[in-house]
Write a protein that binds this ligand. Structure first.
Ligand SMILES: C[S@@+](CC[C@H](N)C(=O)[O-])C[C@H]1O[C@@H](n2cnc3c(N)ncnc32)[C@H](O)[C@@H]1O
Length: 237
């Protein structure tokens, strides 16, 4: 995978994603509520496709203050931003594409995480790869540990793709008209060479649920907000 798109937008990312993805903030808030309701504070934490550390910082108040975080991302600038945000709790930084054998072997050690976050990091993968990654997460999360999987999904579009895209388009247009989305960010996104574009591959939420169940997780009903979903899995076997 090519990470130029993400390398270019590191400084804009934390302010722009809440404006571009209507489900993003509700889902990160839900993550914190869920981790805060576990009855224990996770200590060994994986953030897969961490970006600037947004999901980890969202759940941090509910985690062990002495927690050890493993960060994985293919964009070096994102890893630097996450490290700067999360400081001394970062135990390991893995730079690379987590679909490749080398990075996967470093990341998915058996039974080592209490909590894994995979937040808006799988929607460039085909379903086969998504399933492999979820299987690998299943092997590396301890029994009783939790996977929070958030991503773009295909099934919250009952009247078809256009309905959700119209809603999302209207929200984004409002942010553009008001200037909340700055021209500099728009220019970066629209000037990306076409051969560097990443595919947008939302999966059916029932398929994601099934992938998690087959990887050994007891899975909740998803939380869905305008085309984005949060699934919660507890490692049960
Ligand atoms: C949309 S951002 C999500 C960042 C963060 N998890 C969040 O919830 O805001 C996607 C991040 O995943 C990383 N990413 C996507 N696919 C990846 C892959 N195959 N290997 C490593 N990193 C990946 C990108 O570089 C980017 O930083």
């Amino acid at each position: 995978m090519n990470f130029l798109r993400y390398e270019r937008i590191v400084e804009f990312y934390p302010a722009m994603w809440p404006l571009l993805v209507p489900g993003y903030v509700p889902i990160l808030n839900a993550m914190q509520e869920i981790v805060g309701s576990l009855g224990h504070r996770p200590k060994e934490i994986l953030d897969l496709g961490c970006g600037p550390g947004s999901a980890t910082i969202a759940v941090a108040p509910a985690c062990d203050p002495a927690g050890n975080i493993t960060l994985v991302d293919g964009a070096v600038g994102m890893l630097r931003a996450a490290q700067a945000l999360l400081g001394n709790n970062v135990k390991q930084v893995i730079s690379g594409d987590f679909t490749t054998p080398t990075t996967a072997a470093q990341t998915f050690l058996p039974n080592c995480y209490d909590l894994a976050l995979c937040s808006f990091a799988l929607h460039h993968q085909q379903d086969t790869e998504k399933r492999q990654i979820i299987d690998a997460l299943g092997t590396s999360i301890r029994k009783g540990g939790v996977l929070l999987l958030a991503d773009e999904v295909a099934t919250e579009r009952p009247a078809g793709w256009q309905l959700i895209e119209q809603v999302r388009g209207r929200i984004i247009q409002g942010h553009l008209d008001s200037g909340r989305i700055p021209a500099a960010f728009l220019e970066l996104e629209t000037s990306l060479p076409s051969d560097q574009h990443l595919p947008f591959l939302p999966t059916r939420v029932d398929d994601l649920t099934s992938f998690m169940a087959r990887a050994g997780f007891a899975v909740t009903c998803p939380i869905l907000v305008f085309g984005s979903a949060l699934l919660v899995g507890v490692k049960s076997s």
